[in-house]
Design a protein around this ligand. Structure first.
Ligand SMILES: Cc1cc2nc3c(=O)[nH]c(=O)nc-3n(C[C@H](O)[C@H](O)[C@H](O)COP(=O)(O)O)c2cc1C
Length: 277
């Protein structure tokens, strides 16, 4: 997710978020914003830079984003969502821009079905629904029933988000609701193999079991890439939040977590992770 203003003003953080490599294809750049002219300008910059798929964030409830009228705050103004989505879709071409939404700003003002109906035949490529309201943040259970209702109501491909912590959760969600596909979030932070596990489960009905040596190798891979792209202290701080999530289910996780969050250099991080065996 990037800020279109950050892109227009070429801030370092935004440019860093856009760094990519051919293996990332197909890559979707998600924008958050609420000003049609700004979104339009950002789209032409992104297209000039070779990006081809785009998403409008209408689901982020983080205060910093929502208080500017962007993210989930857009759900209070469906007309504006339609205007922004059409700007993005017209610029990108049919099927190349989508939106990510929640049910509505609150329970009393759910707009997800209205948006799907109004965007039918607009060229919008997909709708991702996180079936909670903005006010719920992450509380309560994701309401998969709403995903089923949305899928039934439209021909636009639907992507499910919400409480998909394992590959099995995702498959269950697809089967229960009929959605076209899923988006992993916290599940992927806990287990970056979740994508591969889900693909295997969905296509081949096969679930590889990952043991501690797989986990260790994955953690070492993370360390390699974080050190490569964030060699400074920033990378070490990131590791101290990324790795504890990944090891949370192994026995001895508590002690290992304590050790990782005390690490001040790459060598010690590597030594701590090498103990997963
Ligand atoms: C750390 C974190 C960062 C997220 N960043 C984004 C984001 O940039 N764009 C977005 O649309 N959703 C973002 N989300 C929301 C997720 O896409 C997802 O809708 C939500 O976490 C519910 O799914 P889950 O229960 O599987 O985590 C983020 C969630 C988390 C936990």
């Amino acid at each position: 997710m990037i800020s279109p203003k950050g892109l227009i003003y070429q801030t370092r953080n935004t440019l860093e978020l856009l760094e990519t490599c051919p293996g990332d294809y197909p890559l979707v750049v998600q924008l958050y914003g609420s000003e049609p002219l700004v979104i339009s300008k950002a789209m032409s910059i992104l297209l000039d830079h070779g990006f081809r798929f785009f998403d409008l964030n209408c689901g982020c409830s983080v205060k910093k984003v929502a208080k500017t009228g962007s993210g989930a705050a857009l759900l209070k103004n469906p007309d504006l969502i339609i205007e922004l989505a059409l700007i993005m879709s017209d610029a990108a071409g049919p099927g190349r821009a989508g939106i990510k939404i929640r049910l509505g700003w609150n329970n009393e003002s759910q707009v997800y079905l209205e948006l799907a109906e109004r965007l039918s035949d607009s060229g919008i490529g997909w709708i991702t629904l996180h079936p909670r309201t903005a006010g719920q943040l992450f509380s309560g259970a994701a309401r998969w029933e709403a995903l089923r209702r949305l899928k039934k109501a439209t021909r636009i491909p639907i992507i499910a988000s919400g409480d998909l912590f394992t590959a099995e959760d995702a498959l269950k969600c697809v089967r229960q609701t009929g959605v076209d596909n899923v988006m992993f979030a916290r599940g992927a932070l806990n287990n970056p193999s979740i994508f591969e596990q889900y693909i295997n489960l969905r296509k081949k009905n096969f679930r590889a079991d990952y043991d501690r040596s797989n986990l260790r190798d994955m953690c070492l891979k993370m360390i390699y890439y974080y050190q490569k792209y964030y060699p400074s202290q920033k990378g070490i701080l990131k590791m101290r939040t990324v790795l504890p999530r990944m090891i949370r289910e192994i026995s001895g996780a508590k002690e290992l977590r304590k050790e990782i969050i005390m690490c001040k250099d790459w060598e010690n991080i590597q030594k701590a992770v090498a103990r997963i065996c």
